[in-house]
Every structure is written in structure tokens, then in C-alpha cells.
Design a protein around this ligand. Structure first.
Ligand SMILES: [Zn+2]
Length: 373
């Protein structure tokens, strides 16, 4: 795996060179923004044209309802509780990206068990509530008023993420065990996360079915990360589909269910991104995640692209990959100091509340649910 991790680091560097739009004073130079625009795939076709799946097939992309509120009608006033909570459901959401969790970091992207525990504890104290990747892309964010969703994603399905002890419980000091520990100490901090796996699932061997069943039963989510951790940008359509489809078949065999989301290995996008999104009843994703260095748009924002969702690498403010500004410790600090930029829940999953000045950022098909103050 060391080579893979070096490559992942290289992809992050390349991406940094391309540049990304950042909030507030963190805007990259104009040229970098233009380069990114040129590299960004075109928006997806409307979800409503997607074929209906078989009951046993992969999930269909969510349908886009037609709004009944005319685009120029004023949005209704927010509920007093939402206003009091300073709700901003068009704010950004950190989707944290973890790789190996180990006792002692050895490679780029490794984080120690202690660092993971400290980061999750800080999130809990900052009022974050974990939601899964699938909940996030569906906009299914049942978070109490005044609190903030965060998505915890773990790539490559390594033993430090999850292992079973002799009694069939999660082994101590795995990511799963640490997350459950932090959740016990901080009521309301949901112990949920999404694991993007390859064919060697956590090194569980012949206990893979038992292990995945435990995860699913306990609210964790399995996502697709290709069979061999392939660089999809270098592959033909047929091979892209085999990499994703073969792993998907294996996951369905083990869990009885399709995955809802994909994360590109190395953040590398296929030449034609739609190859990775759906292949008949073999696979179909409601969201696709990149590697990254900035929080995601809210799933309710017009700018949200469900097939190119940004993630933030979990890391301290180290020099590598400009983590002083673009990794998790720096971003979480930035959002703590600039609370108006981040997603703050109104406490009601049915409504989407935000300050009136942000109104033009709401996705037009969600206008009926918009509330302002
Ligand atoms: Zn990976």
C-alpha cells in the first residue's frame, strides 16, 4: 500500500495546483479557479430521466421534484426556533477523509489512534453530528437545531478501521471502536461513518460477511472504492465498469444490499465520469466523492454537484500538501472562527432555513422547502 498512498498524496498535490474555490479569504488566484472550471465535468443530466431500477438493483438517483413556489415569490419566514439557532442550511459541510488509522503513523495520510480520538472529540465539542455519506447525498440530515452535520469517510478498508475480536465485537483502537467510545462520552454524537472498501475488506478474510453484517447492523455504511484501488482516469470504459461492478457484486453477496456512494481512488475521475455513476442494474450511485481539501457545498445548494463531492483530508497543520490551510485541523478551525460559513441545522428535516441574503444559493427545485430570516 505505500505506493498507493504516495500516489494519493500526488493527486492531492495536483489538485492543489489546479486550485479550488474556497470561502471567504481563502480564495485561490483567478487562474486556478479557471483551471478548475475547465477540469470540472459538465453537470449531470436531470435525475428524473434515469431509468427506474429493479427492486433488487442499485438505488436510483433521487428524483428532482418540480417546485410549485414561483421563482420570484418571497420565501416564507423561518420558525422562531430556527432563527434563534442561527440556522444556515446552505452552509458548507466538512466531509472528512481518513486513510490508515495506526498506533504510530508511518506513511503520508496515516493518522494515529490518538489523533483520530482527538479529532472526533473536538468535533463533538464543536456541536457536529455525524451523518453517513448516503444520508448526506440524499439531504437526509436529521440534526438538532444549532448543530452541524459532518461526514466521516474512511478509505481503503484497512484493519485499523475495523476488526472483530474473538467475541465478534469491534477490536479496541480501531476507528469503529474509537468512534463508539467518543459517542458514548458525548451524547448526540452519532457513531456512524462510511467505509470505502476494496476487495480486501479490512483484512477480514473469511470473516468478511460477519464483519460487514456487524457494520451494517450498527448503522455504519459500506461504499464502493473499486476492486483493486484502480486509477480510473487511466482505464477504458469496460475496465472502469469492471473495477466498480466486480466490487459491487462482492459487496452485494456479503451484505445483501447495494452501496449508495462511490469514492474515486486517488480522487481520479474517469475520462467519461458517467461510466462510474451507473451501469444498468450492476451499480448506480446517488453520490460520488473526490479526494480534496475543502468542505462540501450543502446538498441543498444550487452549486452542489452530487457526482463531484469534495472531501477534506484529516491532518494537522503540517507543511505537506499545504495542510496548514487545506486539511481538517485548519478547516475546522476556520469554520469555528467563521460560523456563518458552515451548515447549521434548523432542527426540522422538512424545511431548509438560511439567512435571507443567501436565498439565491438555494437549489431551485427545493424552493418549496426554503425558509428565511
Ligand atoms: Zn483509496
Amino acid at each position: 500500500m505505500p505506493v498507493l498512498h504516495k500516489l494519493a498524496g500526488a493527486v492531492v498535490v495536483v489538485a492543489l495546483v489546479l486550485g479550488f474555490v474556497l470561502p471567504g479569504d481563502r480564495n485561490p488566484p483567478e487562474a486556478a479557479t479557471a483551471a478548475r472550471a475547465a477540469a470540472t465535468p459538465p453537470p449531470a443530466a436531470p435525475a428524473s430521466v434515469a431509468p427506474s431500477p429493479e427492486p433488487s438493483g442499485p438505488a436510483a438517483p433521487p428524483a428532482t421534484p418540480t417546485p410549485t413556489t414561483p421563482p420570484d415569490a418571497p420565501l416564507p419566514e423561518a420558525a422562531p426556533a430556527a432563527r434563534a439557532a442561527r440556522a444556515n442550511e446552505l452552509g458548507v459541510v466538512p466531509v472528512l477523509m481518513y486513510h490508515r488509522i495506526v498506533a504510530k503513523p508511518e506513511q503520508s495520510l496515516d493518522r494515529s489512534v490518538g489523533e483520530l480520538r482527538a479529532e472526533l472529540t473536538a468535533l463533538a465539542r464543536d456541536g457536529y453530528v455525524p451523518v453517513t455519506a448516503a444520508e448526506f447525498v440524499r439531504g437526509d440530515l436529521d440534526v438538532p437545531a444549532g448543530r452541524h452535520p459532518v461526514v466521516l469517510t474512511f478509505d481503503d478498508g484497512t484493519p485499523g478501521h475495523f476488526a472483530l475480536d474473538a467475541n465478534g465485537a469491534p477490536a479496541p483502537d480501531t476507528a469503529v471502536a474509537v468512534l463508539r467510545e467518543v459517542a458514548r462520552a458525548h451524547p448526540g454524537f452519532r457513531p456512524v461513518a462510511t467505509f470505502y472498501v476494496n476487495e480486501d475488506m479490512f483484512g477480514l478474510g473469511d470473516r468478511a460477511a460477519e464483519g460487514l453484517a456487524w457494520l451494517v447492523r450498527n448503522g455504519f455504511e459500506i461504499g464502493n472504492h473499486t476492486r483493486t484501488h484502480a486509477d480510473l482516469s487511466a482505464l477504458t470504459k469496460k475496465r472502469v465498469r469492471a473495477e466498480i461492478g466486480d466490487l459491487e457484486r462482492r459487496i452485494v453477496e456479503l451484505t445483501g444490499a447495494h452501496t449508495a456512494t462511490l469514492a474515486y481512488p486517488f480522487g481520479a475521475v474517469p475520462r467519461t465520469p458517467s461510466w462510474a455513476r451507473r451501469d444498468g442494474d450492476r451499480y448506480g450511485f446517488q453520490g460520488v466523492f473526490l479526494a480534496g481539501w475543502r468542505p462540501s457545498e450543502s446538498p441543498f445548494a444550487a452549486a452542489f454537484d452530487r457526482y463531484a463531492i469534495n472531501r477534506v483530508r484529516s491532518e494537522g497543520k503540517i507543511k505537506e500538501n499545504d495542510c496548514r490551510r487545506y486539511c481538517s485541523v485548519a478547516w475546522l478551525e476556520h469554520l469555528r472562527k467563521n460560523p456563518g460559513e458552515r451548515y447549521t441545522s434548523d432542527g426540522d428535516p422538512a424545511t431548509i432555513t438560511f439567512p435571507r441574503a443567501a436565498s439565491d444559493r438555494l437549489a431551485s427545485h427545493l424552493r418549496d422547502r426554503g425558509r428565511v430570516y
